[in-house]
Design a protein around this ligand. Structure first.
Ligand code: IPE
Ligand code: IPE
Ligand code: MG
Length: 246
């Protein structure tokens, strides 16, 4: 039986969760969990490409995460900067295009510098894209987009009567990115935590109990296998999608 949707999701987004619990269960400080989490980021980046995924978005830091203890926030920013610094040459060698979503202008200057350099050096690669969600929150994104859209209307660049998802979505931080087909959350939590609320309108969701530092290529393959069993109907009926199955 042929499925109307492609078996491999083109765009996978992951809510990487469980670093703190991974560390706690070993009697280690939370930051050790984040350090191991960076290793899982490396693994997932290449595993997704090997499995035929074209775009991988990783939720690395939310707008709400700034409210964590200052030492944890500082350590996360330090890890991020180190990661970007180390990864630049690898991304260029392996033809991985780097993108970001979120309010990156509020990140520490050192992080922004490495982001700019990496994005610039990898901008011509078209086969595979890694999107890091940094200082991202869907509600913040919508408010920012609404403000920019209103300004465009006031300036006469947009017409209020022409408002549609097509025109408005160009003001989102994801403007030129396709919607995610599959959203995975690790660590057993079953919530979206302000991640891609509008873009995931028709995404499939897979929740796994695996903690992010333990997430391997086979866990990703299992999520993709689960995705392949789903029928995405986008509001239509099964019969409309697969006339032969009537
Ligand atoms: C995910 O792991 C990493 C970030 C949110 C930055 P957590 O740090 O949320 O780990 P838990 O949920 O406390 O186990
Ligand atoms: C979501 O994880 C944010 C990221 C993975 C970056 P959290 O651990 O912050 O989410 P909650 O607080 O459990 O909802
Ligand atoms: Mg968490």
């Amino acid at each position: 039986m042929s499925s109307p949707s492609p078996a491999v999701p083109a765009h996978v987004a992951i809510i990487m969760d469980g670093n703190g619990r991974w560390a706690k269960s070993r009697g280690l400080p939370r930051i050790e969990g984040h350090r191991r989490g960076v290793e899982s980021v490396r693994t997932a980046t290449y595993a997704a490409r090997d499995l035929g995924v074209k775009m991988l978005t990783l939720y690395a830091f939310s707008v709400e995460n700034w409210s964590r203890p200052p030492n944890e926030v500082g350590a996360l920013m330090g890890l991020l900067e180190l990661y970007l610094k180390k990864e630049l040459a690898t991304f260029v060698r392996d033809r991985v295009r780097l993108r970001t979503i979120g309010r990156t202008d509020e990140l520490p200057a050192g992080v922004q510098k490495h982001l700019r350099a990496t994005i610039e050096e990898t901008r011509h690669f078209t086969d595979y894209t890694l999107v890091l969600a940094l200082n991202y929150g869907a509600r913040t994104e919508v408010v920012d987009a609404a403000r920019a859209y209103a300004a465009a209307v006031a300036a006469g660049r947009e017409k209020l009567n022409d408002s549609s998802w097509g025109t408005f979505s160009r003001y989102l931080t994801t403007a030129d990115l396709p919607d995610p087909d599959l959203v995975i959350r690790t660590s057993g939590e079953k919530r979206v935590s302000n991640f891609l609320l509008l873009q995931a309108a028709y995404a499939e969701f897979v929740f796994t109990p695996v903690l992010w530092p333990d997430f391997t290529k086979s866990d990703l393959a299992a999520a993709l296998a689960e995705f392949a069993t789903r029928e995405r109907r986008f509001g239509l009926t099964s019969e409309q999608l697969r006339p032969a199955a009537k």
